[in-house]
Ligand binder design. Structure first.
Ligand SMILES: Cc1cc2nc3c(=O)[nH]c(=O)nc-3n(C[C@H](O)[C@H](O)[C@H](O)COP(=O)(O)OP(=O)(O)OC[C@H]3O[C@@H](n4cnc5c(N)ncnc54)[C@H](O)[C@@H]3O)c2cc1C
Length: 611
């Protein structure tokens, strides 16, 4: 299948950074706080800016990478690679371009494993309901016969499986559902409310809740429809099916402006342009990962940054305070290790609760400004994240699973006796970490060299909200619970020969109802309180995927520091990007959360060109 816009989107021939006008030309030094993927990306992007004289990266932990953490473990016959954080990276245009470009620039493209859209790991995704796995139907429209067969199968599954109770009528009646009165359009609602209103509550309970367990480990009654389902919700007035049909006829698709901005701003050299076809192949895949796990990305960035004489990396460094003094725009950061250092710009790429604590800490300096209470209060109001227990199991038996595919998710509608462990889902990790080499598509690749089956079980999430430390299962209990779940759901009785677990506390920030308004207000407040010198970036604000974080790091270093503005034109005289259709010259990105005020727009698949 040709992915719309890919060939246009990946066009070579226009120069990178140099084509982007700078908004200020003063030399500046930069501090980045938080060495997760967002912080590392910000440092990497800023390190290419000739006006940036020095960058200090502060990371509290002894290691860099934040949630990106992989472990290669020797077993009989080779090794297996376990991921404790992200594992599958989303392929899509233009959202994954910044990440793919960065991987290319770091020389890691030959380490990328792509999962083809035709593979069973891409096509076979399951939901467990109420006591068995149900494959989510996928349509094969490659020929008339295949189309007829798959549509027939779709109708049979929708009618036969309790998972899809009321789904068919819900979909058919959707165009007749009343839309919300225009006076309420701006008002956010939960994703459960939106999907129940437009389709049927069972669709929210059985399908949506399962999907959200897989992405946010979150509760559909709390998550924001405006933030998470914005492109569908924008069709509320005309009806979702009608709106989607209209878009298809007009060859338009809903797209995030920030994705286009991110792919336009990312530092690029000739290297990215050389590997254009390979990059296009990665974008066309279903998902991708790295042979050495997502941690390889962290190692690649660390190696590149250590080569730059501008960059100072301070791991194991706790920040005591971050203050602005009276009459000064610069921000002082105090640590026990290195005393106080002053910076012209600071990018905070750490969780909001950690940032608010740092801002609350005061020093005895007489010229210290009053604490930024407005910023602190707003950061403190955005402090909800879910906790996940990640259990990785390895079995020498390669034929352990009753089905092939990506894995399965568990909806919240599952009766408690079918899910006493508070399971969110199971990833068939052997399948998701196997595929083709991005540079040599005829070469099969796997993260593991030992034959066998690798599974990842995730449990907890919103079910564990409010739990105390003593409530969480320890390693032995977690493995026992995971094995009980696999036995009940899949009939697996084998004992794993390797088991590792990690309790990832407060790991997934929740974008609850009203998130966008709160972020807008937080951004404005931070700008005011810090005179545009403090930039917020990372998974707490505008997207939790690794690709979102990379984009956020690029926007923070490029636009948030005030160093770049959006280009009006490319070097060959074409419009610089979809922003040129708006009053983009008035858009303000400096300080706060750098994000375009036009969040979603209908992207014309025929005309817009982006590098
Ligand atoms: C279990 C799990 C599975 C996931 N699966 C996927 C997936 O398959 N695909 C995907 O795309 N995404 C996935 N994600 C999401 C993705 O991994 C995260 O959103 C992303 O890694 C967040 O990166 P970040 O740099 O913004 O934040 P973080 O990784 O949280 O980095 C913040 C950094 O700040 C540091 N820090 C905190 N306090 C201080 C302080 N006071 N001073 C200095 N430093 C400090 C932290 O130690 C940390 O290193 C998953 C997340 C988890 C937890």
């Amino acid at each position: 299948m040709r992915l719309p816009g890919v060939s246009r989107g990946l066009r070579p021939g226009r120069k990178p950074l140099v084509s982007i006008p700078r908004s200020h030309r003063r030399a500046y030094n930069l501090a980045v706080v938080g060495g997760g993927i967002t912080g590392l990306t910000s440092v990497w992007q800023a390190s290419h800016d000739p006006q940036c004289t020095g960058i200090t990266l502060y990371e509290k932990e002894p290691r860099l990478g934040g949630w990106l953490q992989s472990e290669k473990i020797p077993v009989d016959g080779g090794h297996v690679l376990f991921e404790y954080g992200p594992r599958t990276l989303r392929s899509s245009f233009p959202a994954s371009l910044p990440l793919i470009n960065m991987i290319t620039e770091l020389g890691l493209l030959d380490q990328v494993i792509t999962t083809s859209r035709k593979s069973s790991a891409a096509r076979n995704r399951f939901i467990y309901y109420p006591d068995h796995l149900v494959k989510i139907p996928s349509l094969d429209l490659s020929s008339i016969t295949n189309s007829i067969n798959s549509i027939t199968q779709l109708f049979q599954t929708l009618q036969a499986e309790p998972l899809f109770k009321n789904a068919l009528s819900g979909f058919l009646l959707e165009p007749t559902q009343p839309s919300r009165p225009p006076s309420e359009w701006q008002e956010d609602e939960s994703i459960a409310s939106f999907i129940s209103r437009r389709f049927h509550p069972n669709i929210a309970e059985n399908l949506l809740s399962a999907v959200m367990h897989g992405i946010y480990a979150g509760d559909i009654d709390q998550l924001s429809a405006q933030t998470i389902l914005g492109s569908l919700r924008n069709l509320d007035d005309v009806g979702i099916f009608r709106g989607m049909f209209d878009r298809a006829v007009q060859q338009k698709t809903s797209a995030l402006m920030d994705d286009f901005i991110g792919s336009s701003l990312i530092s690029r050299t000739q290297k990215s342009e050389e590997f254009l076809p390979e990059r296009a192949d990665v974008v066309r895949a279903s998902t991708f990962t790295l042979k050495g796990g997502t941690q390889q990305l962290v190692e690649g960035l660390e190696t590149a940054l250590k080569k730059s004489d501008k960059v100072k990396i301070m791991t194991g460094t706790d920040i005591k305070s971050m203050i602005q003094r009276q009459g000064s725009d610069s921000i002082s950061i105090q640590t026990a290790k290195s005393g106080t250092e002053r910076f012209n710009r600071v990018i905070a790429a750490l969780p909001t609760p950690a940032l608010s604590k740092i801002l609350e800490s005061r020093t005895n300096h007489p010229n210290q400004k009053a604490p930024p209470y407005d910023t602190i209060n707003k950061l403190q109001a955005h402090n909800y994240a879910t906790t996940i227990m990640v259990i990785n199991l390895y079995y020498p038996n390669p034929n352990l699973l009753p089905v092939e595919g990506f894995g399965y998710l568990i909806p919240r509608s599952i009766p408690a006796d079918q899910n006493p462990e508070c399971g969110l889902g199971v990833i068939f990790a052997s399948a998701t970490s196997t595929g083709q080499n991005a540079l040599h598509p005829d070469r099969d690749e796997s993260q593991d060299t030992a034959p066998g089956t690798k599974l990842t079980i995730m449990m907890g999430g919103h079910y564990w909200d409010g739990w105390k430390d003593s409530d969480y299962p320890d390693h032995d209990s977690a493995v026992k619970m995971a094995r009980a779940m696999l036995q009940r759901h899949l009939g697996i009785t084998d004992a794993p020969t390797l088991a590792r677990s990690r309790l990832q506390k407060d790991a997934v920030p929740q974008y609850t109802v009203g998130h966008l308004d709160r972020m807008y207000s937080l951004s404005k407040t931070v700008r005011n309180d810090f005179n545009r010198r403090l930039v917020l970036a990372g998974n707490w604000y505008a997207g939790i995927g690794v690709g979102d974080c990379v984009r956020s790091g690029i926007l923070a270093a490029g636009l948030g520091t005030g160093r770049m503005t959006l280009p009006a034109k490319t070097e060959d005289g074409q419009p610089g990007g979809p922003w040129t259709e708006y009053n983009y010259r008035d858009w303000d990105f400096e300080g706060g959360i750098p994000t375009a005020p036009v969040r979603l727009f209908d992207y014309d698949l025929k005309s817009t060109r982006v590098r």
